[in-house]
Design a protein around this ligand. Structure first.
Ligand code: CTP
Ligand code: MG
Length: 404
């Protein structure tokens, strides 16, 4: 009844220990967006057309992980139906990826005409790539492997990391999975292959097979390090419609003139101008920014956070407070989206340097900071140049860093 309907066999290797990820659990079973990483990898198979058979290699002597793989296959069977998912097996993997692939291939039924071999660790791989790889194998009768052009400059080095030469990268491709092959030829190749082969294409080619590269997919990258893992977490959160949390804050500061100290404002030095009084350098603009930022994050204010008895901040420039504030925000998971500060004073003549101040503060805070200046139209304490001072008002917008 099924004669002529192709069956794609899929091997998923999930038996590795995840040493470089370093989470203390086998990588494919690390929790990713509330599920084992393997769940994401398995779900993509639903997109394969026609009949499908799946075999997953799980960590040796680990009944718990084997059980999880069985559950994930049961969920796939529920969504695909038994007419489409004709076989689902879990097998213990081996000491090397090669051993794991070989063990899983043996679980696939003979009816499969094409076998795809896929890393569980490529959790974002779209179903579309599986479909294209299987289609390319059927169209050509050869192995089909997704690959991306190498974008970085490649150097050959000696044992001491001394550069010997630049390698022409134009004929180079970075390999991904799933790698697809005519089933019988792959089975024969794995009977005589070697654990030294670094991927399935190498095993297939060593047995005399031809392998063609087809365009890979940016999302099919392998999760190897904690950085890769965080990238996938963010992407899954974004796809789930997670919204970025925003927080706004406001801060003000006033410092009176102090003729005996140098004038520092918004991180800049104004030679010849009266300075501003205070425990630090009296930079009202920087202090207002600090209050806006801390306030937005719910982390208190400049006085409660950087006490006047802390020697690190005695006579400290505004930059020191701003850097320390940025660190506190980042530790708490906040990122500065932007901030503004307006300086209100008659002296120093600030306006002409507001762009310079903006560049400096943006660099220090790692976000766009706009700085402007105005006067109080001769009113209030700022009208009096001798005993007056500088007023600054700042606003800040923060966003939740985890979702970026
Ligand atoms: N793999 C496997 N059996 C092994 C080794 C690896 O099934 N003995 C699988 C991994 O589970 C992974 C894929 O092969 O899905 C690619 O391997 P890799 O990224 O190296 O994963 P790990 O070996 O788990 O990681 P590490 O090398 O950091 O320990
Ligand atoms: Mg490995």
């Amino acid at each position: 009844m099924h004669l002529g309907v192709p069956c794609t066999g899929v091997v998923i290797v999930a038996a590795g220990s995840g040493t470089r990820l370093g989470f203390g659990v086998p990588k494919a079973f690390a929790e990713l967006a509330g599920e084992p990483m393997l769940a994401h990898t398995v779900r993509a198979l639903d997109a394969l057309p026609g009949r499908v058979a799946v075999a997953i290699a799980t960590p040796p002597a680990d009944a718990e992980r084997g059980g999880i793989a069985h559950e994930l296959l049961a969920a796939l069977a529920a969504s695909m139906g038994s007419e489409r998912l004709i076989s689902a097996a879990v097998v213990e993997g081996g000491a090397t990826r090669y051993d794991s692939v070989r063990a899983a291939i043996a679980q696939l039924p003979d009816v499969c005409d094409v076998i795809l071999v896929h890393d569980a660790a490529r959790a974002l791989t779209p179903g579309e790539l599986h479909e294209r790889v299987a289609g390319a194998v059927r169209a050509t009768g050869h192995g089909a492997v997704p690959g991306l052009p190498v974008v970085d400059t490649i150097k050959r080095v000696d044992d001491d990391e001394v550069v010997l030469e630049t390698v022409d990268r134009s004929p180079l491709r970075a390999m991904q999975t799933p790698q697809g092959f005519p089933a019988d030829a792959l089975r024969r190749a794995y009977e005589r292959g070697s654990v030294a082969d670094t991927d399935d294409a190498a095993t297939f080619a060593a047995a005399g097979g031809t392998v063609k590269i087809i365009p890979g997919h940016e999302d099919a990258f392998k999760i190897t390090t904690p950085h890769d893992f965080a990238r996938v977490e963010r992407e899954l959160a974004r796809r789930a419609g997670a919204t970025v949390e925003l927080r706004v804050g406001v801060g003000t500061d006033i410092h009176a003139f102090d003729d005996h100290s140098p004038c520092w404002l918004a991180g800049l030095h104004f030679p010849g101008e009266p300075g501003l009084s205070g425990h630090s350098d009296g930079d009202a603009a920087s202090h207002a920014l600090v209050d806006a930022l801390l306030g937005a994050a719910g982390l208190g204010d400049i006085g409660s956070t950087f006490g006047t008895d802390d020697p690190r901040f005695a006579n400290a420039h505004g930059e020191v407070f701003l850097r320390a504030t940025r660190e506190l925000l980042e530790e708490a998971g906040w990122r500065i989206r932007n901030a503004t500060v307006q300086v209100i004073c008659r002296r120093p003549r600030f306006g002409r340097r507001s762009e310079e101040a903006s560049e400096l503060l943006s660099r220090v805070l790692g976000a766009p900071i706009s700085v402007s200046a105005t006067t109080s139209d001769g009113l209030g304490f700022m009208a009096r140049t001798t005993d007056g001072g500088v007023f600054a008002i700042a606003t800040a917008l923060l966003e939740n860093e985890n979702l970026r």
